[in-house]
Design a protein around this ligand. Structure first.
Ligand code: AMP
Ligand code: ZN
Length: 471
């Protein structure tokens, strides 16, 4: 066994900690905040899911079994994280002229397709906020029973000052907030209080609303994640992740409401992916509608895995600046990696020699150091130039490293697929060419060979006849 220990940066302690599981826990209980499906995911969002995939693959590489849960937020995420504004899903429905249910299905499907193109492993469980209204109501009832809630004219709120640890996670300055300039709180008692349940407006019917003990309405965004995470993973999670923007409000609120309801620690580790920053000309904001999608990259001729490699070349806790040149360079690096690994496709082998074990150990040390993927890629590149390594062992090392990197380095390139019409057209031209050859019209036969070549068809003549294949 060459693997070193796995250390992960825990946002809660602001330090790297050795990751282990409690003795009676057989698998890592991992929850990742999923997308709000009112628009396409942008490549910034996708960077966060790439980080979470790296985490999941790394845990498995270190021998842990992982139960990975990702939610789909299809209700309750308001335009502002502070419980103001319209529901983002309703904004999306107005923009597209479709129903909220239709757009939820459309964008969730598109999101899953993006993940597949990026070779992101599907989670063990996908769950939807609208499928867990009952669990959310139960959680709010529990908080109400324990005295953590209060009612205003627009909803049921969490009384954040009743949770003494509220400020700890995000290092909030509660005293400063208390003494600071008064912002308009409406009926809220304190600035950090947040909605658990919002009432439907009296003057219009919402597209999504449910009965509850407090009146018809819909759940707050924060309660969704707590309810779904606990429904699928139990009251304590091992790792909860998301983007850094979630630290201050969303995750702080998740901790407050979950720990007040259960009296237990909500998550042992908290991990956050830093933002992808767009150049000034290309903003990355889902709500403004100005952003780059994976489709835009594909349209420009990039392989989705070049974007994956681009993300892996920086540490997940650092900002990553997007530029077309950087993606171009990632594509060049991916092509070069593929050239180097091509000869190993299909080769069997095992990591046995001291030399191979040394490379494996170097790689795991990088990943074990809070998922240092760029250093791990450096080890992969250096390993290629080790002339002492037997090819089978090199193949085994590439396979092992790629189980974490997910670049499909040992996957045979897919043969282009051809439609029935293309095949029919090729066969018709071959027939025509055979007729020209029989008539000894070699100029025409050569012309048709060139036409076929342009179509990607290679023709081979032999004494047994003509055969053809796609290039
Ligand atoms: P949303 O669909 O807006 O709820 O966001 C989905 C995920 O993407 C969340 O985990 C966010 O923290 C994350 N996210 C949003 N913007 C960016 C960005 N520019 N770079 C990286 N992650 C982001
Ligand atoms: Zn969440």
């Amino acid at each position: 066994m060459n693997k070193k220990a796995l250390h992960l940066y825990n946002t809660a302690s602001r330090s790297k900690e050795l990751f282990t599981l409690p003795q009676d826990v057989p698998e890592v209980r991992m929850y990742a905040c999923g997308p709000t499906v009112y628009h396409y995911a942008h490549i910034g969002n996708l960077r966060t899911y790439l980080f979470e995939d790296l985490l999941r693959r790394s845990l498995e590489y270190f021998g842990f079994k992982v139960r990975h849960v990702v939610n789909i937020t299809d209700v309750g995420h308001l335009a502002s994280d502070e419980d103001d504004g319209e529901d983002k899903m309703e904004i999306g429905a107005e923009r597209t002229g479709k129903s909220v249910w239709e757009i939820a299905e459309f964008y969730a499907k598109k999101f899953k397709e993006d993940l597949e193109l990026l070779n992101i492993l599907p989670p063990t469980v996908w769950c939807k906020a609208t499928d867990h209204i009952k669990e959310q109501i139960e959680l709010i009832k529990e908080l109400e029973k324990k005295g953590y809630t209060y009612r205003t004219s627009d909803g049921i709120y969490f009384d954040s000052l009743k949770f003494p640890k509220y400020a700890d996670f995000a290092r909030l300055d509660i005293a400063g907030l208390k003494s600071g300039a008064r912002i308009d709180l409406g009926e809220k008692k304190f600035a950090t209080d947040f909605a658990l349940w919002k009432f439907s407006p009296t003057d219009k019917k919402r597209a999504m609303e449910w009965e509850s003990p407090w009146g018809v309405g819909f759940p707050g965004w924060h309660i969704e994640c707590s309810a779904m995470a606990m429904a699928h993973l139990g009251e304590t999670l091992d790792i909860h992740c998301g983007g850094t923007d979630h630290i201050r409000v969303h995750h702080t609120n998740e901790i407050a409401q979950s720990e007040c309801a259960t009296g237990k620690q909500y998550s042992r580790f908290w991990m956050h992916g830093e933002f992808l920053r767009a150049s000034s000309s290309e903003k990355m904001s889902k709500s403004s509608g100005e952003f780059l999608t994976l489709d835009t990259l594909i349209e420009k001729g990039f392989d989705p895995l070049a974007y994956r490699l681009f993300s892996l070349t920086s540490h997940y806790r650092n900002y990553l600046n997007f530029s077309w040149d950087a993606v171009e360079n990632a594509q060049i690096s991916l092509n070069s990696l593929r050239k180097k690994t091509e000869a190993f496709i299909g080769l069997e082998g095992e990591i046995k020699s001291v030399d191979a074990r040394m490379w494996s150990s170097k790689f795991s040390a990088c990943i074990g150091d809070d998922l240092n993927s760029s250093a791990a890629i450096g080890v992969l590149n250096l390993m290629f130039s080790d002339t002492l390594l037997p090819v089978g062992e090199k193949a085994a090392l590439i396979r092992e490293f790629d189980s974490v990197l997910g670049l499909n380095l040992l996957k045979a390139p897919e043969k282009a697929k051809h439609s029935a019409e293309e095949i029919e057209k090729a066969e018709a031209l071959i027939k025509e060419r055979n007729a020209a050859r029989s008539a000894k019209d070699f100029a025409e036969s050569d012309r048709l060979r060139d036409v076929l070549l342009d179509m990607g068809v290679i023709v081979k003549d032999s004494k047994d006849g003509t055969i053809w294949e796609w290039k």
